[in-house]
Structures are given as C-alpha cells and as structure tokens.
Design a protein around this ligand. Structure first.
Ligand code: F0G
Length: 452
C-alpha cells in the first residue's frame, strides 16, 4: 500500500469551533492584527507552534495516573532517567520544566562576558539566554541554509570552515562549547547529517571543547538521516539516535517537541563536574534533581513519549504529512523554504506579496489573511519578529507548524485550500504598521493596523 495513514485511532475528541468571517474580522481587529492576542477558542486550526501542542497517547495518559509524586527519588524519575540514558548514553540527566530552563542553567555555567557560542542557528530562547549571560551567539549554518529555494538534503549543517575560522579568530579560550540544533528550527526545520555531526566532533576534539546538541527534534532529525544519508537506510531510528548522542558531551532538550508531552525539558551531561554545578542551579530555581520543576506524572509521560517518538510508522506519517502540505501548496505556485522541514512549512512571504515591503510586514499580512479567510493561526518569522531597531532579517517567512498527532489529513487539506485561496487573492493583501510597540520581543504583544 502506498497510502500513508495516521498510525493511531482517535479515542478522545476535542471539538473545534467554526466561526464566521465577520466574527474573525472583529477578533482580528480587537487583537490589533496580532494572532498572539487571539483566544484559542476563536481559532479553528492552530499552527502557531508544534511545541507542547501535541496529543498524548493512551499509554502516556495511563502513565499520568501512575505518576509517583514523591519529592525525592520518585519511581517516575527512574523511568524517565532509564529511558533517556538508554537513548543518549549520558550519565547525568536533569529534568527541567522546558527547553529554555535547560538553556538558562547551561549558559549560566558556561556563558559570560566575552564568550562566544557557535551553533548552526540558535533558536530565539537559546540566543536570548546566551546574550543574557553576557556571551555572544554566532550562527554558522552553511550558505545553502540561508537560501529558501536551495534543496540541499541537510540544509541545517554547520559550515565547518567558518567554525574553524571562528576558533582561530577569537581563540579557543573564548568558546566554552559548540552547539548544533537538530533539526534546525530557525533555518526551516532542516536536518543535520551524521557526517556533519562527526565533523563538528572532530573540530571540538582538535580544540578540546565540549559539543552539545539543542536536541528538541532529535527523532525527526534521525529519521531524515535514515531516509536521506547514504548508508543509513537499513538502520533503526533508535540506533541512529544513539549514535548521534554518542558524539556529544551533553544536550538541552525541550520535551514539548519530540518528547511528545505538553510540558517538560531535559538537561544532559557526560561530565560530572558540569553536572554538579547544573544540579545546584536546578535546585535553586527549578526543584530537587529528581523532579526539576515538574510533577511525577509529567516525568512518566516523558518517559513514554521519548519511546513512542522513535516508532518509525509514526515518524513516517509525521514527516510525510508535513511534506504533503509543502508539496501541495508549492504545486499551487506558493514558494516555500525547500525542502519541507520536519515540523513545519515555511512560506516565503516576500515572494507571496512582493507589493508589500519588509517595513510593512508581508509575513504578518499573510498571517492575518489566513486567519480572516479560514480561522488558521500561523506565525510570522520575519521583520515583525526580528526587525526591531532597524534590523533586517534574511527572510520574510510565515511558519505553519504542525502539532504532533493532532490534526488529520482532511485538516491538512483544508489548510492547503486556504493557503491557495489566499494566494489567488494575494494582490489584495495590505501591508501593516505598528501602532503599539513594546520594548522587547515585540511580536508577542505589538498591535498593528492595516495600511489603506
Ligand atoms: N530550541 C529550539 C530549537 C526550539 O524550537 C525551542 C522552542 C526551544 C529551544 C525552547 O524550548 O519552548 O520548551 O522553552 N520552540 C518553540 C517553537 C517555542 O515554537 O518553535 P521551550
């Protein structure tokens, strides 16, 4: 059979609410044309993020009931620890409430004034935590990773030449560690090859530096390795995951992605001394090291989620449904970041509405149109998100992030139809101007209005 189906059936349903165009228009006006300010009940299909928005399995919910809520040494912690240890081989495994808590602790230890942290592309919160520590965050993804139409199979890989040059220029003393984000979210959900991971390891060994993953979407990355990298087609995804982690000294993970849970994170170390310092900070702000700011039931759900995410029929359905969305809107003429990533499709808004200049937020115009037309919530990743203070991002994108195990094929078909109908009317889209702008992270709370 060629048809790839959702490898699950539905046991619990949550109604979504149909609304009229007039209602959505009023909602949009009330929200100052900012979809972060819209209530979820007014959204039909919510593609704002794939983070914490997935559906848990019956086994995960059963785990929630089994959760051991003891303060110290809960059995749920041991199940969580054993699962992560099996996958990563790391000895020191700390639970945190989400990815950015892991980042905050890591960079409080290794960051600081004058330090420089390379990555393929830092995710916003990673960058913010590095900069908050006084260090500088540097993006070294390959050139193809910055070009939307390039179809490199591993567009998330690190430019090794630039990495070595950075070591030579700033000196190894200034670089506390090297990071790789798998998959590369800010670059379009693009994977990193095993070969590149091995090469980054080699550079780190040359300069005697630790190597860390930002491993939020590690299973999707491993699946791309299996499918695209020569020599790995016959391996299990779990085997690839284990090899990936064998090449690093630690990782930060937001379990809200490939952990298949609604809340949770992990911080991993091979080194006992770094782990001891992290554990002290964890106790200070998150919680005792066997629960790290979570309930026992959350650890139980994570232990189960980190196993389920490696099931290959799940990963096949996951990657294929995102790819299908990309293929169909591309066939209708819409330009996207190529090839489709693991968790989201990124529409190239600059080519979608060339009549709207970056100062008038073409991505936000598309986001508002999708909501107004079909009740779909997407997110702008362009001049509104990154353009404060006159900065100009490389690309004007709209991200359609797909929550895990939540929407069916017909929901995706609905999204395709909506994108193509908005595309047909693209000449009518209007640019926007900001009417209220907060000091920081303006895209979350800014208010805008359409230009006449
Ligand atoms: N690293 C990457 C690559 C991420 O995509 C995220 C979150 C984080 C770290 C932080 O994790 O949210 O658990 O604190 N990404 C979400 C998104 C928010 O929508 O892409 P967190």
């Amino acid at each position: 059979m060629k048809t790839i189906i959702e490898p699950f059936r539905v046991k619990v349903v949550e109604p979504i609410r149909m609304t009229t165009r007039e209602h959505r228009e009023a909602v949009l006006q009330r929200a100052g044309m900012n979809v972060f300010l819209i209530d979820a009940r007014d959204v039909l299909i919510d593609l704002l993020t794939d983070s914490g928005t997935g559906a848990m399995s019956s086994e995960q919910w059963a785990g929630v009931m089994r959760g051991d809520e003891s303060y110290a040494g809960a059995s749920s912690f041991h199940r969580f620890y054993d699962r992560l240890h099996d996958l990563t081989g790391m000895k020191h495994i700390l639970p945190t409430h989400q990815g950015r808590a892991s980042e905050r602790i890591l960079f409080e230890i290794v960051g600081g004034d004058g330090k420089v942290v390379p990555n393929n592309n830092h995710f916003d919160t990673t960058r913010a935590n590095i900069e908050y520590s006084g260090a500088k965050a540097v993006d070294l993804v390959i050139e193809e990773g910055r070009v939307p139409q390039s179809r490199h199979p591993f567009k998330g890989i690190m430019d090794l030449y630039r990495l070595e040059r950075l070591f030579e220029e700033v000196g190894p003393d200034k670089i506390p560690l090297v990071m790789l984000t798998i998959t590369n979210n800010s670059g379009g959900g693009q994977p990193v090859s095993l070969e590149n991971i091995r090469e980054v390891r080699r550079v780190c060994d040359k300069y005697h530096k630790p190597f860390f993953f930002d491993a939020c979407r590690f299973a999707e990355n491993a699946y791309f390795i299996k499918k695209r990298e020569p020599g790995h087609g016959d391996r299990s995804v779990k085997d690839i995951v284990q090899e990936m982690f064998s090449l690093v000294d630690g990782a930060t993970i937001s379990a809200k992605k490939d952990g298949l849970v609604n809340i949770g994170g992990v911080l991993l170390f091979r080194d006992a001394e770094l782990a001891a310092r992290a554990r002290n900070l964890l106790i200070l702000t998150e919680g005792f090291p066997t629960y790290g700011g979570l309930a026992g039931r959350d650890l139980e759900a994570m232990a189960q989620g980190f196993e389920e995410v490696l099931q290959e029929d799940y990963l096949q359905y996951r990657v294929r449904s995102v790819e299908y969305l990309g293929e169909r809107i591309r066939a209708g003429g819409v330009k996207i970041v190529e090839p489709p990533g693991g968790h989201a499709i990124y529409i190239d808004a600059a080519s979608f509405c060339p009549h709207i200049s970056p100062e008038e937020f073409p991505g936000q115009a598309v986001v508002c149109a999708l909501y107004r037309h079909a009740g779909i919530r997407a997110v702008e990743i362009g001049s509104l998100m990154f353009g404060a203070g006159g900065r100009r991002p490389d690309m004007e994108l709209v991200r359609l992030a797909i929550p895990r195990r939540v929407y069916t094929q017909s929901h995706i078909d609905y999204v395709i139809e909506a994108v193509l109908e908005v595309y047909d009317e693209r000449d009518k889209l209007k640019g926007l101007q900001i009417t209220e702008e907060p000091q920081q992270l303006r895209h979350f709370t800014a208010r805008l209005q359409e230009r006449e």
